[in-house]
Design a protein around this ligand. Structure first.
Ligand SMILES: [Zn+2]
Length: 392
């Protein structure tokens, strides 16, 4: 991957110089009321689980300690800044241009979700934050249809506003991400195949909303994982370095330990906050033809393989393929187990486990086999708007 990034340098474009990026980052005003809201001592590096939002975290309660934003819109002086995406001049100083706030010399924070497999839990009985499956209380008549193939889209995530991790701009909001899972569709892998909808709690009903059938009576339902906690971590990135993650040339020049602080470990590629860990072969995977400029900010990213603690359940329990492997000498030995009878409506999911490891992977969605979704939010628009795309 590192080699790919260097090779890609030959054709990469970049509209904003490192100096400009530094200047814009350093020149951003940090309102005094926000500074006073920040904890002064620096946190120790590494995992630091200090809260569990639980599935019911729609109100954002349950967080103790940590860095809390002063709200979706930060008061402050207005001054022009450069957009990190397109180099256009933006005239609002309240646009942060980076998705985190911190004092100079501090570290960026990120939040890593902890998952359980929905199939091993009691039936869902309330709204909770989750990936895949079918949404809770989603209005049936709002179910998005793909503009490319006219089939109902598949849900990728239903995420409740949970400060400070999932800041949807206002309490009671619930974000829904849908995509077209039809690999033959022209929108597959395209931004037009990715929909985001924010609903308010009062629009959410009771019970699981069933995904409508495709035109050919089939269905593509993603594997379902519930978020049971968020672990807070410090990144290797400072707020001053964060804008470098949005420019190809600058990103390429970053040492790997900053650009990919967790060594390309895909367990870190599903997270909220911080800077995007680009997983595409060419480094920064923003496409200037559609990427949201500020005031859009990075909200979260979701890798197609999610990790769950422990050893995997049996194939029949989970109703999907379970693959276990081990290294024997220079060989990799595989043991694949399919469920004896796959039930109708089984999710598109498979499990992978290295014998003896402390977690197993769940391929819950088909983002081109190993892709990642990148989600951005504009909290200054009314109502807040989310855009996202996935690539590999
Ligand atoms: Zn489609």
């Amino acid at each position: 991957m590192a080699a790919d990034r260097r090779l890609a340098a030959a054709w990469l474009f970049g509209a904003v110089s490192i100096l400009q990026l530094h200047a814009q980052a350093m020149g951003l005003p940090v309102p005094p009321q926000l500074m006073s809201a920040l904890p002064q001592p620096r946190h120790r590096r590494g995992a630091d689980r200090d809260f569990a939002t639980g599935p019911q975290g729609a109100g954002g309660a349950g967080f103790a300690g940590g860095r809390v934003r002063a709200g979706p819109v930060m008061a402050g002086e207005y001054r022009p800044i450069n957009c990190y995406v397109c180099a256009n001049r933006l005239c609002s100083g309240i646009v942060t241009a980076i998705s985190m706030i911190g004092a100079k010399g501090d570290w960026v924070h990120l939040y890593r979700p902890k998952f359980v497999l929905a199939a091993l839990q009691p039936p869902q009985d309330r709204l909770l934050s989750k990936l895949g499956g079918q949404p809770w209380g989603f209005p049936q008549n709002c179910w998005p249809v793909c503009p490319g193939c006219d089939n109902p889209m598949s849900m990728v995530a239903q995420l409740a506003h949970t400060l400070p991790v999932i800041d949807l701009g206002r309490a009671g909001s619930v974000l829904h991400l849908f995509f077209c899972a039809n690999v033959a569709c022209r929108t597959y892998g395209d931004i037009y195949g990715c929909r985001a909808m924010i609903l308010q709690c009062q629009e959410i009903g009771n019970g699981v909303t069933l995904q409508p059938a495709d035109k050919d009576a089939g269905q593509s339902i993603n594997g379902e994982l519930w978020i049971v906690a968020w672990d807070r971590h410090e990144d290797a990135v400072t707020p001053e370095q964060a804008p470098l993650f949005y420019d190809d040339r600058s990103h390429l020049n970053l040492p790997d330990e900053i650009a990919q602080p967790f060594g390309f470990d895909e367990r870190w590629n599903t997270k909220a906050g911080g800077v995007p860990y680009w997983t595409g072969g060419g480094g920064v995977t923003l496409d200037r033809s559609y990427i949201p400029c500020p005031p859009f900010e990075f909200l979260l990213q979701i890798h197609s393989r999610i990790y769950v603690d422990g050893a995997p359940p049996g194939a029949d329990l989970i109703d999907c393929l379970v693959s276990i492997y081990e290294e024997v000498g220079s060989e990799t030995k595989w043991n694949h187990t399919w469920p004896t009878r796959q039930h109708a409506g089984s999710p598109n999911m498979s499990l992978i486990y290295k014998n003896g490891a402390d977690s197993y992977g769940v391929d819950f969605v088909n983002f081109g086999s190993d892709g990642t979704a990148f989600v951005f939010i504009d909290r200054l628009s009314n109502p807040p708007e989310v855009r996202w795309h996935w690539n590999r």
